[in-house]
Write a protein of this length. Structure first.
Length: 246
């Protein structure tokens, strides 16, 4: 977060203790208009979240024109908000029952052109898993990227880009996943990719541990009780088990 804050030279960082998270946010209208929006105009998002950005940009433009100070302008802003993220809250729907959401833009171009984009995307939405079976001596690795089901096209593009993995749809939970579990694909494609295009932040430590366990598996140490215990110890400090957030 400090790196993001330094890069934009705008916004603030706060500790969200309730959700065990660090939040970077920008609420200065001037910074939104002069820093954040120009950045994402120059470097567009390629998930369906880009639609939220386009709607957000319209709201900023309306506010710049002082439209939010009129009832008509406020209604336009609420109609845009209704199509963004989670839409209007229950209270806003109660206060403004006649608001009709604007059509949400559809993001069609989801081709991956820059490997650094995929590294950054993984920093935010990727997961390096270690699976240890309860019975017997066995451990395996799994790399995952999870997105809302509306981004199924993007997941398929990631499969093509990395030339490995599969798509799994969780229809009841409304999300899709890119999953790689084949060890040869992890060793020959996933690990080299992230060595060349490093992950940032605390997740880079998970990747380092993931690499350590990959070496155990390559050397067949995961087939011994001693090896499995070492893997379990490393696994216990990864992802949600990691308590070093410095």
């Amino acid at each position: 977060m400090q790196k993001i804050h330094s890069y934009f030279k705008a916004g603030k960082i706060k500790n969200d203790k309730k959700n065990n998270a660090i939040v970077y946010y920008v609420n200065s209208f001037q910074d939104l208009q002069n820093v954040i929006i120009p950045h994402f105009d120059k470097y567009p998002l390629i998930t369906q979240k880009y639609a939220d950005f386009l709607l957000f940009k319209q709201v900023v433009n309306l506010m710049n024109d002082k439209a939010h100070l009129t009832s008509e302008g406020l209604a336009k802003i609420l109609a845009l908000k209704a199509s963004m993220n989670n839409g209007l809250s229950g209270k806003l729907k109660e206060f403004f029952p006649h608001i009709v959401p604007v059509p949400r833009p559809l993001v069609e171009n989801q081709e991956i052109l820059d490997p650094n984009w995929l590294a950054g995307f993984t920093t935010g939405d990727g997961c390096f898993d270690v699976i240890v079976k309860k019975m017997g001596f066995s451990a395996s690795l799994r790399f995952r990227l999870t997105q809302h089901s509306r981004d199924i096209k993007l997941i398929n593009n990631i499969i093509k880009y990395l030339n490995c993995g599969r798509l799994e749809a969780r229809k009841k939970l409304n999300f899709v996943e890119f999953i790689v579990i084949k060890f040869s694909d992890i060793e020959e494609k996933i690990l080299p990719f992230f060595h060349k295009y490093p992950i940032q932040g605390i997740k880079s430590l998970d990747f380092q541990d993931f690499c350590k366990i990959a070496l155990f598996i390559k050397n067949k140490d995961h087939l011994t009780s001693e090896g499995v215990e070492k893997i379990k110890k490393i696994k216990s400090g990864m992802n949600t088990g990691r308590n070093n957030y410095s």
